[in-house]
Design a protein. Structure first.
Length: 226
C-alpha cells in the first residue's frame, strides 16, 4: 500500500510538473516564441508565448487517460488473486515513463522559447538523442515487466492470438519483453553513434519490427497450443 501511494504521488507530480514549470517561467518568456520547427530544425512559425501551455495540457490529459487505463486493468482482474495490483502498478509505471517524455519535451522547448532559438541544431543538447534515450530506457523497463502482466484487454501485447489462453499470453509477453529489452539496448547504443533523421528512422524501425515479430510469435504460439 505504501509503495502504491508513493507511485501515485510520483505520477501526479510528473503529470503536473510541465504546468508548474510553464507557470513559473511564463513571466520571463519573450512575447514572441518559436511555435513550430520544420524537418531541418529551422523555425517555420512564430507564435505567442501562451502556446507554451499546449504541452502541459496534453500531458495532463494523457496522464488522466493512463490513470483510467490503470484502474481498468485492475478491475478486469479477479478479486483476491492479487494480480489486479500487478497490472495496475505496471500500467502506472508505463504511464510514468510516457509522461517523462512529455516533461523532457516541455523543458526542452521552454529553453528554446526563452532563447528564441531559430535553429534547434544550435541547442547544445540534441532533442532527438534525449527523446530516444528515454525511449530506450523505457523499452528496457517495459521489457522487464511485460512477463509479469496478467491477461487483460488494456495493456501488453494484445492480439487475437495472445488473448486465446493464459499459456499463449505468458509466452507472448515473455517473447515480446525480450525483444523490447534488446531494442532498448540497441537504441541506447545508437544514441551515442547516430543523430538526427538516421537515428529516428532506425529506432522506429526497431520498435515496429519488435511489435510485428511479437504478433507473429503470438500467432505461432496459439497455433501450437491449438
Amino acid at each position: 500500500m505504501k509503495n502504491k501511494k508513493l507511485l501515485t504521488a510520483l505520477y501526479i507530480i510528473l503529470m503536473l510538473l510541465p504546468l508548474i514549470a510553464v507557470v513559473v517561467a511564463y513571466p520571463f518568456l519573450p512575447d514572441k516564441i518559436p511555435a513550430h520547427y520544420g524537418m531541418n530544425n529551422q523555425v517555420t512559425r512564430w507564435g505567442n508565448k501562451s502556446e507554451t501551455f499546449i504541452f502541459p495540457i496534453i500531458t495532463i490529459f494523457f496522464g488522466f487517460f493512463m490513470y483510467i487505463a490503470a484502474r481498468g486493468a485492475a478491475e478486469q482482474e479477479k478479486k483476491g488473486s492479487g494480480s489486479e495490483k500487478n497490472n495496475s502498478t505496471i500500467t502506472f509505471v508505463a504511464g510514468i515513463l510516457s509522461i517523462m517524455v512529455f516533461d523532457i519535451l516541455t523543458f526542452y522547448f521552454l529553453y528554446a522559447d526563452f532563447h528564441q532559438v531559430e535553429n534547434l541544431n544550435d541547442v547544445p543538447f540534441s532533442l532527438t538523442k534525449i527523446s530516444f534515450g528515454v525511449l530506450g530506457i523505457a523499452l528496457i523497463i517495459l521489457g522487464n515487466i511485460m512477463p509479469k502482466l496478467k491477461r487483460n484487454s488494456i495493456i501488453g501485447l494484445r492480439t487475437t492470438w495472445s488473448m486465446k489462453n493464459v499459456v499463449v499470453w505468458k509466452k507472448s509477453q515473455r517473447f515480446c519483453g525480450i525483444l523490447f529489452m534488446l531494442s532498448g539496448i540497441i537504441i541506447l547504443i545508437l544514441c551515442f553513434l547516430l543523430e538526427g533523421t538516421l537515428l529516428t528512422v532506425i529506432s522506429l524501425v526497431l520498435l515496429v519490427s519488435a511489435a510485428i515479430a511479437g504478433s507473429i510469435y503470438s500467432y505461432l504460439a496459439a497455433q501450437k497450443e491449438t
